[in-house]
Design a protein around this ligand. Structure first.
Ligand code: ATP
Ligand code: MG
Length: 453
């Protein structure tokens, strides 16, 4: 245990923050930039006699001239009091109890000011041996709430009562200096919640900020603490890291700080000093294309990204299995898929519906070369065909050679007319005379080739 003191620890951990109030005419946040629903919630709370502030990313992104992803609200009303004010309210969360005010698909998150955890509050706050906060439901004052937030740029409060901004930790200055800086002692704050290491990287990339020196220093060393985080939370975080439009850069920065290696040890096994493995090439391609799709507002499927970044580790494992067990490549791929996904899911709880799709995309890769007879047409009718084809194209870019040719064949085939398609399939027969002609044999395994066994 790292608490060598029996005194209240917050004196050491949380330096008292100096509140700086910026009046409405001295900052650039205006109500027009805040969503109607968030304003409704702020005004309703305020009208009922509670304090109500816009806080976190909402204030930060507005001050930077950007569009916030969502608007988070902090108040001195308790979750129960919030629920009494809003019909459309749901209380959620175990680690932090929060109120969600629902406006159709738009959700405004309202949190009661959080206070410091103390020993006598064992029922509401629980800490692990490594100093990690497991449960954290102590309500407190707004000052305490600010001290509990992660970064200085996330601890600014926009007051609906007079439209001023309350800056507790020098966030405005750090915004100007473009710095991600933890509030308090970095190592302690990371031990309390190791996910803050991921958040530091995420904000640095998303905002194009630097990570302040003391905030950056412990990360590489403490990265293994991510192993204590529940896999469901890591799954959510990994999506925020890799699928929010800056995945490529985020991965590279995570890797520099030894964080990516913690989330995906299966992939990190294939890392090279000069970034030259097929796995690394595929990571770059897959994350780059995901970023592009986000930019173009296209739908993104987590399964596709996971299938891509895990493909070569899976193939390597399949090859190992064919060599060690002398089994057919197809069977080896099935087994390797299970083994790799089992390992990954222990760390990052990819939901079952997605792992099913990952398997489908991988299996399609085995079927794409087999285009004889009616096979090509039938493959195209599968609803995962498009994903399988896009995947094959990325593999073509990584591998070149036959895979690239195969991807090109499929590209042409899809846009070709009936006659052309027939001709393309006929050509396959001529190009590979060794393949049996005429009726395809059903339920007969291909003979083992000499290299196998
Ligand atoms: P964005 O929504 O753009 O990703 P954000 O800063 O709003 O960024 P959220 O995850 O929505 O991030 O959290 C809202 C606020 O809650 C943060 O700004 C921060 O003040 C606080 N917060 C969130 N996660 C943590 C954490 N792990 N430790 C301390 N404070 C946190
Ligand atoms: Mg937010």
């Amino acid at each position: 245990m790292n608490n060598n003191d029996l005194q209240p620890r917050e004196h050491r951990v949380y330096p008292s923050l100096a509140l700086n109030i910026i009046e409405r005419q001295e900052h650039s946040v205006s109500r027009q930039m805040i969503s109607e629903n968030a304003l409704k919630v702020l005004y309703r709370l305020h009208g009922a006699g509670f304090e109500a502030y816009l806080v976190g990313g909402g204030v930060r992104d507005l001050l930077l001239g950007g569009t916030p992803k969502d608007f988070d609200i902090a108040t001195n009303a308790t979750p129960e009091q919030i629920r009494q004010l809003f019909r459309n309210c749901r209380l959620i969360g175990r680690r932090f109890r929060l109120a969600h005010i629902m406006f159709g698909r738009d959700i405004v998150e309202v949190a009661t000011f959080r206070g410091h955890h103390q020993e006598q509050n064992a029922q509401v706050s629980v800490q692990s041996e490594q100093g990690m906060l497991l449960r954290d439901n102590v309500y407190g004052t707004k000052d305490e709430d600010a001290e509990r937030r992660d970064f200085t740029i996330n601890a600014m409060y926009y007051n609906i009562a007079d439209y001023s901004i309350h800056d507790y930790a020098g966030g405005v200055e750090d915004l100007e200096d473009r710095l991600v800086r933890l509030i308090g002692d970095p190592e302690t704050r990371y031990r309390e919640d190791p996910v803050r290491m991921l958040r530091a990287i995420r904000f640095a990339v998303k905002l194009d900020f630097d990570i302040e020196e003391d905030t950056a220093e412990p990360i590489e060393r403490l990265a293994p603490l991510l192993g204590e985080i529940p896999s469901a939370r890591l799954y959510e975080e990994s999506l925020k890291m890799l699928q929010s439009g800056h995945g490529l850069e985020t991965y590279h920065l995570m890797r520099e700080y030894n964080l990516f290696q913690q989330l995906f040890p299966v992939i990190a096994d294939h890392f090279t000093a000069d970034y030259s493995s097929q796995t690394e090439h595929m990571l770059d391609l897959a994350l780059d294309s995901t970023d592009l799709r986000v930019e173009e507002n296209k739908r993104i499927n987590p399964a596709f990204m996971f299938a891509a970044i895990l493909w070569y580790p899976m193939v390597a494992q399949a090859q190992r299995l064919t060599e060690e067990l002398g089994i057919q490549y197809y069977d080896a791929v099935m087994e390797a898929s299970n083994q790799i996904l089992d390992r990954v899911v222990k760390r990052i709880a990819i939901p079952r519906r997605h792992t099913a799709t990952i398997r489908e995309i991988w299996q399609l890769q085995l079927r794409m070369p087999r285009r004889n007879g009616k096979r090509a047409i039938r493959l195209m009718e599968l609803n995962k065909f498009r994903a399988g084809f896009d995947f094959l194209q990325m593999r073509g870019d990584v591998e070149g050679g036959e895979t690239k040719e195969l991807a090109q064949w499929w590209d042409t085939f899809q846009s070709a007319g009936r006659n052309m398609r027939q001709a393309m399939v006929n050509d396959l027969h001529q190009a590979s005379p060794s393949k049996s002609k005429g009726k395809p044999r059903r339920n007969v395994r291909k003979k083992k080739s000499k290299t196998e066994s």
